[in-house]
Design a protein around this ligand. Structure first.
Ligand code: 6PG
Length: 471
């Protein structure tokens, strides 16, 4: 069992040297910290040892833990769920009061809360750490969202602030967002929900550029490239350009046109949609983006059904490129408004005190949904801390007044042709419902009262009423 033992103790230990764990370990080590890495999988150990690094790699947990300075800081970079509980159970035996376990995976926020309470009994600190940015982010600067005791956070803050992403004006994208360990993972989960919606909106736009404008992948890439230096500037637009313009080495075709149209998922978007519903928040753009992936995965059934149902022939002018851009922007604002509404509801429900402005700022660099537009989101929540909904902020309402008509035209165009527009449509529907003075919910109340005597309020007098509808 080969181990490189250092005379000096390690500043931090990382359990799990998969892609994310190893990249983060390299990032931390490159910032001048001594890092111990633990891994059981021989292939991963070999991969870690094959790269030039100062990380002290262990396959034996006892010397790994013994070599970490007090208070021991152990970062878990392992699969969410049971493996996290197993490792925590195991670690407890070797840790003592004041030591810190940091969970850097995509754990469910409710699990993080349970683990924090459990470990508190033994004086062990627990930090739920949302980390976004994929493999490159982990290696060169992720966005970091932390939840847990502030005193404990202060102990690991010097490491986190060194490795985190920085915005163009050097702001550090690592934040302590609340005392509950659940907060870090909750914010990361909503980040992923928004990520799903944003990716779907961009994909629907790509579909319309092709079916509505007759654009090839390379032409669409050019359009997105132009948009990337506008208010739509974002990492997801940038990578879409790169994906669309990439040519397959063998066929010389755009590789994206050869990829099977079946979207997979690890499930964090679904958890975000579930959390929204559990909190009683409407986030249709997020849930529709999950449904869109699920439906896309039924390729075989889609092949069969498309033979039975032909798409309508619609004679309509081609789509307008300016409309497409504005539609994308309007749907994006609507989706982000929903995501932030979930965060706001969680603050109320769990008595958290997350600053929505800080969250938006924290997402400015390093993470997957990083976008210039988040500066304006942060500003909106900073100016009006009690803002009911992002679409009510003056900056965004003036953009929406200008762009919603375009979204309407684009969605109408798609619906007329039977071209799916799940998230563009859901984003418009959300906007239309949220901004409606009157809704047909009065009939729903009447129906509920009819079959269940559930009662209703009236517009003409105060109080709660029930009616005998058969009288
Ligand atoms: C991030 C990503 C990351 C991961 C997603 C992808 O912020 O770094 O969101 O967490 O890429 O889990 O999830 P799906 O497989 O569900 O698309």
């Amino acid at each position: 069992m080969e181990q490189i033992m250092e005379t000096k103790q390690n500043h931090i230990g990382i359990i799990g040297l998969g892609v994310m764990g190893l990249n983060l370990a390299q990032n931390i080590s490159n910032q001048g910290f001594r890092v111990a890495g633990f891994e059981k999988d021989p292939a991963l150990i070999e991969a870690a040892r094959s790269i030039e690094t100062n990380i002290n790699i262990f396959d034996d947990i006892i010397p790994f833990i013994a070599g970490i300075e007090k208070p021991k800081k152990i970062l878990l970079m392992i699969t969410a769920g049971e493996p996290v509980d197993e490792v925590i159970n195991y670690l407890q035996e070797y840790l003592s009061s004041g030591d810190i376990i940091i969970d850097g995976g995509n754990s469910h926020y409710k699990d993080s809360l349970t683990r924090q309470h459990l470990l508190q009994r033994f004086g062990i600190n627990y930090i739920g750490l949302g980390i976004s940015g994929g493999a490159d982010g982990a290696r060169f600067g992720p966005a970091i969202m932390a939840g847990g005791s502030i005193n404990c956070y202060r102990t690991i803050e010097p490491i986190l602030t060194k490795v985190a992403a920085r915005t163009d004006n050097k702001e550090i994208c690592a934040s302590h967002l609340g005392e509950s360990a659940a907060v870090g993972h909750f914010v990361k989960m909503i980040h992923n929900g928004i990520e799903y919606a944003d990716m779907q909106i961009i994909s629907e736009t790509y579909d319309f550029l092709s079916k509505g404008m007759g654009y090839s992948e390379l032409e669409s890439a050019k359009v997105f490239k132009e948009w990337s230096s506008s208010e739509l500037s974002s990492f997801l637009i940038d990578i879409s350009v790169s994906v669309l313009e990439y040519l397959d080495k063998d066929t010389k075709q755009p590789l994206v046109s050869l990829i099977l149209d079946r979207a997979e998922q690890k499930g964090t978007g679904r958890l975000a949609a579930i959390a929204a519903l559990e909190l009683g928040v409407a986030a249709p753009s997020i849930s529709e983006s999950v449904s869109a992936r699920i439906l896309s995965s039924k390729k075989q059934e889609r092949v069969s059904s498309s033979k039975i149902y032909k798409k309508p022939e619609a004679k309509h002018p081609y789509l307008d490129i300016v409309d497409m851009k504005k539609a994308l922007l309007a749907a994006k604002i609507s989706s982000y408004a929903q995501g932030f509404d979930v965060l706001s509801a969680a603050n109320k429900e769990f008595d958290w005190d997350m600053s929505l402005a800080d969250i938006a700022k924290n997402w400015r660099a390093g993470c997957i949904i990083r976008a210039d537009f988040l500066d304006e989101v942060a500003e909106a929540f900073r100016t009006e801390t009690k803002l009911a909904n992002l679409i009510m902020a003056p900056h965004f309402s003036s953009i929406l007044k200008d762009s919603i008509p375009s979204l309407r035209r684009v969605v109408k165009w798609a619906i007329t042709r039977g071209i799916p527009s799940p998230v563009l449509s859901a984003s418009l529907s959300y906007f239309d419902t949220y901004t409606s003075l009157n809704l047909p919910a009065n009939l729903i109340q009447g129906q509920r009262d009819y079959f269940g005597s559930h009662g209703f309020e009236r517009v003409d007098k105060a109080g709660y009423y029930t009616n005998d509808w058969n009288q």
